[in-house]
Design a protein around this ligand. Structure first.
Ligand code: C2E
Ligand code: CA
Length: 401
């Protein structure tokens, strides 16, 4: 969604600041802007007869009559889909608790900006909204369409294979890991990409069999790679919905240990592409996996919703910056800010930062200058089957000496 298609509501009691914000938004290309001087007026705007669905509300916290917190509570109770940007002069700790509160109300929080607000900060938040609401890789579905029955048949017949895409350390230039990405080797259609089957499996709560197929094959690959002298970690994607099964962590641990692989060599990438119902079960599973030594990665960082943010309470070991931020970021100022602050946050949390979707030398150089830890993307290699990947590792390490 482009900025000129987005409906924005500015809630700010100070006339001068409100006008300034509206002008900044106009300078960024926004055309549909409403404004209100406090929470009460904002609710009236939202509930008025010809009201458009509001995409973004930019909300001050300290306001007379109805303050920002009460306004956010009302939005939460109405299960509003509006994304929120909080701005205030309050101190950082207080702002952090207001941010937590709005997440607890189930709001989509784009971020918190301390006043005085700059155009660049505002631009970065709007960009984040635009990117979150395109999500092309999850929406686009090219190629043949399959029914759930056809997909399940393929899964039972174990026709899905992991393809491996290397993750390279930006400093040492060595391969440090690989992500296992599911490919359906279809008897008629050949190699089918995950867009054609993952969503349907997730929506019908039938991910389990595919997940464990991928786990079995990826763990076997991990052994083979270690035995051929490539001590790299293997990352496996885990749908957030699978985490609501309380036995998941134990079952994963059992598979990995039985294959003679150390859980420390396995990273689980958790991605949010569907709503999660049971945060407590997910937290227990994640804590147990971490306890057994698995690495935990927040996948597609920056595009998830509130439930994913609640999970950040768990000790993750890696933050994966979504490719929608990395593509074009070398020439786009707002995207650059998002990527840079994500890397910065990863460092502060003492977790590894990994950028996906690295397609050019320029992307690589920019990430290196930002002290990002590792890169993954077509610039290094596309995902490939196991035997090609083993050859790739051998050639790549030969090139480094
Ligand atoms: P993801 O985890 O974000 O994986 C990265 C996707 O970006 C992969 O698409 C990969 O092929 C693609 N990619 C890698 N480098 C580049 C690049 O430089 N440029 C561009 N434009 N794209 C790049 P893929 O393999 O089609 O997977 C799509 C999504 O399907 C994955 O996104 C992941 O969310 C899901 N997925 C794949 N395998 C599994 C699985 O076994 N289990 C679960 N739950 N989800 C899976
Ligand atoms: Ca992933």
């Amino acid at each position: 969604m482009k900025v000129n298609e987005v409906n924005i509501l500015v809630v700010e009691d100070d006339d001068f600041q409100r006008e300034m914000l509206v002008n900044m938004l106009r300078s960024l290309g926004a055309t549909s802007i409403s404004d209100a001087a406090n929470g009460q007026q904002a609710l009236e705007v939202l509930h008025s007869e010809n009201a458009k669905p509001m995409d973004i509300a930019i909300c001050d916290i300290n306001m007379p009559e109805m303050d920002g917190m009460e306004f956010l509570r009302h939005l939460g109770e109405e299960k509003s889909a509006t994304s929120i940007i909080i701005l205030s002069t309050l101190d950082k700790a207080l702002l952090a608790s207001v941010a937590k509160m709005s997440l607890a109300y189930g709001m989509k929080l784009l971020g918190v900006i301390e006043k005085p607000i700059s155009v660049a900060q505002l631009e970065a938040m709007i960009f984040k909204y635009e990117r979150t609401n395109i999500k092309p890789k999850k929406a686009v579905n090219t190629g043949p369409k399959f029914s759930l029955e056809e997909i399940l048949h393929g899964v039972h017949a174990k026709q899905c294979e992991p393809f491996f895409q290397p993750k390279v350390d930006l400093e040492t230039n060595r391969i440090v890991g690989a992500e296992a990405l599911a490919r359906w080797i279809h008897p008629e259609h050949g190699v089918v990409a995950p867009y054609a089957f993952i969503n349907l499996l997730e929506q019908s709560s039938k991910m389990d069999e595919l997940t464990f197929n991928m786990l079995d094959k990826s763990v076997a690959a991990s052994r083979l790679l270690h035995d051929s002298g490539h001590a790299i970690s293997i990352s496996i994607n885990l749908s957030l919905t699978s985490l609501t099964d309380i036995s998941l962590a134990d079952r994963i641990t059992q598979v990995v240990k039985e294959a003679g692989v150390d859980p420390q060599q396995i990273v689980l990438e958790i991605t949010e592409s569907a709503a999660m119902t049971d945060v407590a079960f997910a937290l227990e599973n994640l804590a147990r996996l971490r306890m057994h030594g698995f690495g935990l990665s927040i996948d597609d960082y920056g595009t998830g919703y509130a439930s994913m943010q609640q999970l950040t309470r768990i000790a993750f070991t890696e933050l994966k910056i979504d490719q929608s931020f990395v593509t074009d970021f070398a020439t786009n100022h707002a995207l650059r800010i998002i990527v840079e602050s994500s890397i910065d946050m990863a460092h502060k949390l003492q977790v590894k930062s990994v950028a996906e979707g690295v397609e050019t030398q320029e992307d690589w150089d920019t990430l290196k200058s930002m002290n990002c830890d590792a890169a993954q993307g077509y610039f290094i290699a596309k995902p490939m089957n196991l035997s090609s990947f083993v050859d790739f590792c051998a050639e790549y390490s030969a090139r480094q000496v």
